[in-house]
Each structure stands twice: as structure tokens, then as C-alpha cells.
Design a protein around this ligand. Structure first.
Ligand code: HEC
Length: 134
């Protein structure tokens, strides 16, 4: 009889430790999920990256711009670096510049105007370019 009591006591302990272990595991899992999500640094996962790249590739931008090298226009990585600490209004400003064209910021050579590009598309292109910062 005494043995049976000891046995059930041990079994009880075993069950308690098992279930508390299980709880801890699920806690860890939720913690991990909530900390890793905002830390994602893969810019290609950003919806603006895909949409902007598609628009830039469809237009004639790559005739004058390269991601990392200066062609006729500045490298997109240089553009991203230059405006990295600018306020959000830079997106509208640069979108206007794409549509209207212009010179004087990077040199005397002018960017041709792109009147066929809508303001919304130009802003998406700018958001993509600004994501290219090294
Ligand atoms: C004919 C060549 C040419 C084409 C085509 C072109 N660009 Fe440019 N781009 C330039 C030049 C040159 C500059 C530098 C202008 C300056 O110094 O103000 C420039 C500058 C820029 C800048 C930075 C503007 C600033 O004020 O800092 C952005 C952003 C940009 N281009 C995006 C684009 C996008 C997006 C397209 C396609 C829709 C495009 N460019 C097509 C030549 C071009």
C-alpha cells in the first residue's frame, strides 16, 4: 500500500512537470515569433521593392541609371544614401523630379521628363530606389 502511494506521488510529479514544460515551450514560440518579425531586413520582401522594381524596369530608367554604378544618371544606391535621413516628403519631391525631369543636383546633365508616369507610380519607384541603400 505504501508503495502505491509513493508511486502515484511520483507519477503526479511527473505529470505536473510535463505540463509545465509544455506551457513554457509555447511561451517561447510566441515570444520568438513576435521578436523576429520586425527584425526582418530583407528589403526584397517589402511590397514597395517589387512594385517599384517592376515599374522602373518597364520604363526607361535603367538606360541612364544602374543600381551600383553611375551611368548618365547617379547610381540608385547613391541616391538612396543621399536621401537616407530626409523627411518623408522627399518621396513626393523626387517623384515630381522623375515626372518633370531636371538637373543641378548631381551635375549638369539633365534627367529627361517622364510625363507618362503617374504620380503614384513615380512615388513607388522612389520608395524602391530609397530601399537600395547599402
Ligand atoms: C536620360 C537619362 C535618364 C533617364 C531615362 C532617367 N534618369 Fe533619373 N536621372 C538622370 C540624371 C542625369 C539625374 C541627375 C539629375 C540632377 O543632377 O539633378 C537623374 C536623377 C534621378 C534621381 C535623383 C533626383 C535628385 O534630385 O536627386 C532619381 C530618383 C531618378 N533619377 C530616378 C529615375 C527614374 C525612376 C527613372 C525612370 C522613370 C529615371 N530616373 C530615368 C538621368 C536619367
Amino acid at each position: 500500500m505504501k508503495k502505491l502511494i509513493v508511486f502515484s506521488f511520483v507519477l503526479g510529479l511527473f505529470l505536473v512537470s510535463c505540463s509545465s514544460n509544455g506551457d513554457k515551450k509555447s511561451d517561447d514560440a510566441t515570444k520568438q515569433e513576435s521578436t523576429t518579425t520586425p527584425e526582418t531586413t530583407d528589403v526584397t520582401a517589402n511590397p514597395d521593392y517589387k512594385a517599384g522594381l517592376a515599374l522602373v524596369a518597364k520604363s526607361n530608367c535603367f538606360t541612364c541609371h544602374h543600381i551600383s554604378d553611375k551611368l548618365i544618371g547617379p547610381a540608385y544606391q547613391d541616391v538612396a544614401a543621399k536621401y537616407a535621413n530626409s523627411p518623408d516628403t522627399i518621396v513626393t519631391h523626387l517623384a515630381h523630379k522623375i515626372i518633370e525631369g531636371g538637373s543641378g543636383v548631381w551635375g549638369e546633365v539633365a534627367m529627361t521628363p517622364h510625363p507618362d508616369v503617374t504620380m503614384a507610380d513615380a512615388e513607388t519607384m522612389v520608395k524602391y530606389i530609397l530601399l537600395l541603400k547599402k
